[in-house]
Design a protein around this ligand. Sequence first.
Ligand code: HEM
Length: 424
Amino acid sequence: MTANAFGGGESAVVITEGAVPDDDSLMPSLENLELPLAPPGTMGPPEEYNWLREHAPVTKLSVPAEFNATIWYVTSYNDVKSLLADSRLIRPTINEWPKIENQPEDIGTPLVTMMEFNGPQAIALRRVVAEAFSAKTIQAYRPRMRAKADEMLADLAKRGQPGDIVRDYTEPFPLWVMCDLVGIPFDDRDHYLPLADAALGAMQTWEQGRNSTKELYRYIRSIIEKKSRRPADDILSRVVHEWKKGTIDEEAVTAFGLSMLVAGYRTTTMFLGNSLLLLLSTPSRYAMLRDERHRLPGAVEELLRFIPVLNGIVVLLATEDIEYNGKVIRSGDAVLPVIAAGNRDESVFPGADELDLCRVDNPHLVFGRGAHNCIAAVLARTEMAVGIEALLDRFPNLRLTDGRPATWDDSAPAKSPITLFVDW
Ligand code: HEM
């Protein structure tokens, strides 16, 4: 698993939708710039984005004293786009980066997912899974996905109003879909979710992250072993079959399984939770999509662009000295191409800080670029569209519950509501 800046914590506060002022009073001190975070009680983005993009699009971050690292923070669309795809930058594992002062000698088992996996085996693995994530396959799977969404919403309705749509829908739905397609048992979730979340939070809580890797390996190996003995109609069984045929090696199978645990549902969960908040906090948005369904695909693209979940999630490491826009990124330096900041670049998206569900030209970067871009972009888009569509059909008058504001974990660099109560 790539080192990243996801966080975890427990504080819960009230929400507002984040607006991003663009004035010089927000000028951050570049001497002492810490990882920008969303204002408390909002999904973000951090207020510093616009100023940084204009005045210091590639700039150094000040890092906690125990981190032995130089980190470059990148905010403009063109820089984010080109650095994501730059082959001189690799993705370090959470065990190897950041280097910590006086760290224990045992850094744990390096968590190698598809993101840290390079070379011919990585190319072969992407080829092996390409069909399973293709538009044609996902289109054929869509009715089954929709049926599950309907079932979860029927259960939510049965439990009565108000309902927590995060606990009962935006959390379990993407996880169930990943498990169903890939062949990872949904029923084991209480075991692997805390481990996967610890790995995702590793830049902030590196010790828990590194401690989780051994058990994540053990768990995924046990599932792979079961698929070897008794193959099923799922993607992991097909990947195992390709290994037995010799198309890929065992490390590739493990990397695929681990990728699904750490990259296969949490992002979609967060985007879906934030999407519902944005649609319901301005009821005319929800009503427009209910009444003008043809707008849904474009609206999903705009929600993906606008929602600032990918705040420093991708961490890259320079394998050589790189001269970039007048700066020298030294070999061993880390680079954070901040996708959420690139997606708010006014020079590419006029009115970038406005959510415009009817936006037409939308070349956002939410699924990354280059050799490691998201293999599941079609699946993720479909989960978003089906997730919203099932709600519009089942609850045409869905609204936020009065007096029960959404709650947030304000210590996390990437945020979505922890609870979101609704009536219908
Ligand atoms: C809204 C939802 C999602 C977003 C925004 C998203 C975004 C991304 C991004 C930005 C990357 C590139 C990371 C990098 O450059 O290091 C990525 C990679 C990846 N994503 Fe997604 N993703 C989403 C959903 C999913 C889902 C549902 C799955 C699988 C079921 C998935 C599987 C992967 C995998 C395996 C990679 C690594 C590919 C490689 O390195 O070859 N993602 N994703």
